[in-house]
Design a protein around this ligand. Structure first.
Ligand code: GLA
Length: 520
């Protein structure tokens, strides 16, 4: 229809009116449908202040069709598809599911469209809801930068560090995002005053959330919780301790802070200039750029960069045991590599992790260790018996002993578990022989680890909910011939060792740890 036909519309004739009004109505309906779609369709960002000068950013890619909403949530290193998405009467609702600790968790979102913003509430299970305002953003902002080329593989030379499993403290399990300069200084003081440093705990490791943004030259800065990292490192060193830091090969860390992507060498130099002695390097958002088969090259890049600084820096790989890291972790200069998902402070998490590590135990050797994650001892979610099982398992596995509790406020029981020098000596045995399963039947397990002095550490575990009798025949331990002496390392006393076998009533979720030695 031509515009100059318009005057005809004014005629009182039904036909021309229908001719004009109906298409107009149709066009209006189309337009308003398109407008309604455009209401939510597009990219949104929710910025929640972290309190240290940074923002936690969550991106949303939404498609709206009538009342139905689909798309995904780009949360940290994950891209999570939206389900059950609706938009009715101005109210937006959707759910995303994620796996953590082998459990399916659902996060639901509720929002109201107000002008060009969505007032959004994120409901994380078991946590206070997080409210914020989502604003429209450019698609590029929601996606990671383009993939940088990865280097050709080679073997990074051994840095000669961590001849026995690293011991110290890490901030994440207890402090998470609340770690700051004062807490780290307090923990350094406590490692010394509690006597922990005397039994081998030396590294004071700051995990995620210390990072600020990059300066004009691309140098990583600290956020306001850490006003002067060099001064903090000096303080930790003045106590005779060493200091560790954390980053990611991706653009963002797991908590959404600045990662080392494209700045690997520059960051390694900064760490060295600050006086850092240990780096935990956590895959996180690298998963949105690289494939698992790129991991070795990506970790190698930082392994090379650390060596190039000339400063001795322990290199801790954290990629949750993917891509059989125990087979190549040492080749990228790794001193330890995480073998599992994150631990939590409860029996089920600790037990699942601890008893799933035996097959890969033979991959340990001086300087290169399996890391089943940091200790939860003293954090309150397990009984003393369970924490003794935790410490015993980790020691038999020759796992790094990184306390994850608040060392400034430890009970006597916690100190006793973390500082039993005879148990620590099992973990730190210089020969690095792997633990062997003597017997495992679901409820009970007997583990044995041969030690450098020809003795054998034996753990009698009861995983059940009732006390149980657990025993071992001496003949299975391949001890040399001679007079047998057996010591209970938790009771710190020798026990009767006559006969072919030792057996004890082990409390539920508990352990008896023996050291069997023979004198000729
Ligand atoms: C991952 C790691 C944890 C911790 C957090 C920090 O989940 O596995 O050990 O470092 O990131 O964000």
């Amino acid at each position: 229809m031509r515009l100059n036909e318009a005057p005809v519309f004014g005629h009182q004739s039904a036909r021309p009116i229908r001719l004009v009004v109906l298409p107009l109505l149709f066009a209006f309906t189309l337009l308003s449908a398109a407008f309604a779609q455009a209401e939510l369709t597009g990219f949104w960002v929710l910025r929640v202040p972290t309190g240290d000068g940074n923002y936690r950013e969550t991106f949303f890619q939404l498609y709206q069709a009538g009342e139905s909403v689909t798309g995904k949530v780009l949360l940290g290193s994950r891209e999570l598809p939206i389900h059950d998405g609706t938009f009715r009467d101005g109210h937006l609702h959707f759910v995303v599911s994620m796996r953590r600790q082998n459990q399916e968790r659902h996060v639901s979102y509720d929002g109201a469209l107000e002008g060009s913003r969505i007032l959004l509430t994120q409901n994380f299970p078991g946590r206070e809801p997080v409210k914020g305002t989502a604003e429209r953003t450019r698609p590029e902002a929601a996606f990671p930068p383009t993939r940088l080329p990865i280097p050709a593989l080679h073997e990074v030379s051994d840095n000669g560090l961590a001849r026995t499993p690293p011991m110290g403290w890490n901030s994440w399990n207890k402090f998470a995002g609340k770690v700051d300069d004062a807490a780290v200084r307090g923990v350094a003081d406590a490692i010394v005053s509690s006597g922990m440093s005397k039994v081998g705990y030396v590294y004071v490791n700051i995990d995620d959330t210390w990072e600020g943004s990059r300066d004009r030259d691309g140098n990583i800065t600290t956020n306001r919780k850490f006003p002067d990292m060099k001064a903090l490192a000096d303080y930790v060193h003045s106590k005779g301790l060493k200091i560790g830091i954390y980053s990611s090969p991706g653009p963002k860390t797991c908590a959404g802070y600045e990662g080392s992507y494209g700045h690997e060498e520059q960051d390694a130099k900064t760490y060295a200039a600050w006086g850092i002695d240990y780096l935990k390097y956590d895959w996180c958002s690298a998963s949105r750029i690289y494939k698992d088969e790129d991991m070795r090259a990506v970790y190698q890049k930082m392994g090379d960069a650390l060596l190039k600084t000339g400063r001795p820096i322990v290199f801790s790989l954290c990629q949750y045991g993917r891509a059989e890291v125990w087979k190549w972790g040492a080749k990228v200069g790794g001193n330890l590599w995480r073998t599992t998902d994150d631990i939590s402070d409860n029996w089920q998490s600790m037990e699942t992790i601890g008893f799933s590590q035996f097959q890969i135990a033979p991959y340990i050797r001086p300087g290169h260790w399996n890391d089943p994650d940091m200790l939860e001892i003293g954090n309150g979610g397990m009984t003393g018996e369970e924490y003794r099982t935790h410490m015993t398992l980790w020691s038999l596995l020759a796992a790094p002993l990184l306390a994850g509790n608040d060392l400034r406020a430890m009970s006597e029981e916690t100190k006793g578990i973390l500082m039993n020098a005879e148990v620590i000596a099992i973990d730190q045995d210089p020969e690095a022989k792997p633990v062997k399963v003597v017997n495992q039947d679901g409820q009970t397990a007997v583990l044995a680890r041969p030690l450098k002095d020809q003795s054998v550490a034996v753990g009698l575990f009861n995983r059940g909910d009732q006390p149980a009798e657990v025993g071992v025949n001496w003949s299975v331990l391949n001890l040399p011939v001679g007079k047998l002496q057996v010591r209970d390392l938790w009771k710190q006393q020798n026990v009767e060792a006559s006969g072919n076998r030792y057996s004890a009533t082990v409390p539920n979720h508990g352990v008896v740890l023996l050291k069997a030695s023979v004198t000729p």
